[in-house]
Design a protein around this ligand. Structure first.
Ligand SMILES: [Zn+2]
Length: 237
């Protein structure tokens, strides 16, 4: 599947060289997507490792997120590519950005630094990503739904706390059902799945707790950002 994305605030996905952003980098997008997948998996009671602390591997076992995003001995189950990059360095991003508050210890306002060279600045306008499944059992729509979730509620890339990386999916809203279904399945172990068929007509009280929680997931409807306020650092485009 292909997704056309428009930046609402400049996007910073890093680069080959630290502190530079010469184009939209897939690794920066993947980092955000993985981070949000960890949040959602943990939120649904699933197991997601912290890649900075505990390392999953094919030999020692894989958490739900590493099963999809890959780990040692396990390939990522999808490919994410930027197939069209119409973004440009955003001239509105100055090389220093000061917060409107003072650092209590030093009495100075916190300051962030951005590249002085125009070509290395955070980028704005549109780009297209392509998501392909590398495993017939994995739907690329799971990742597509996550991109929509990020567009609705969060931001892509680095420095989202400063308002960077707010995006909009162009065209129609991506259906997040595949993502919901995938999250729902985390709570359904093969054992509880077989019990599900047996207890299909049973009353709610006799349904195992693992299934009760999964039926809660079934009603999960990822809302859209209709009332959310955008950060003030809007792109100039
Ligand atoms: Zn893991």
């Amino acid at each position: 599947m292909e997704i056309n994305i428009k930046t609402l605030t400049p996007l910073w996905t890093g680069g080959v060289e630290a502190g530079k952003c010469d184009r939209i980098h897939e690794t920066g997008i993947l980092g955000s997507v993985r981070w949000w997948m960890e949040v959602l998996v943990r939120g649904m009671g699933g197991n997601a490792c912290d890649p900075t602390e505990q390392k999953c591997s094919y030999k020692t076992g894989l958490c739900e997120v590493c099963k999809i995003f890959g780990a040692e001995g396990q390939k990522r189950r999808f490919r994410l590519e930027v197939v069209q990059d119409n973004t440009e360095p955003d001239t509105a991003v100055t090389s220093t950005l000061q917060a409107e508050r003072s650092n209590t210890k030093q009495g100075k306002p916190p300051t962030w630094y951005f590249p002085k060279d125009l070509k290395d600045k955070p980028r704005s306008k549109t780009f297209t990503i392509r998501i392909q499944s590398l495993d017939p059992k994995f739907k690329p729509e799971v990742i597509g739904g996550l991109i929509q979730f990020i567009a609705d509620w969060s931001a892509l890339g680095a420095r989202p706390q400063m308002g960077f990386g707010v995006i909009q999916v162009e065209g129609s809203h991506i259906n997040t059902q595949a993502l919901c279904d995938w999250l729902k399945e985390l709570n359904e172990t093969p054992r509880s799945r077989s019990r599900a068929t047996r207890t299909a007509s049973a009353s709610a009280d006799s349904v195992p707790s693992s299934l009760r929680s999964s039926s809660r997931v079934r009603t999960l409807d990822l809302p859209t950002r209709s009332s959310r306020q955008l950060p003030t650092t809007r792109s100039s485009s």
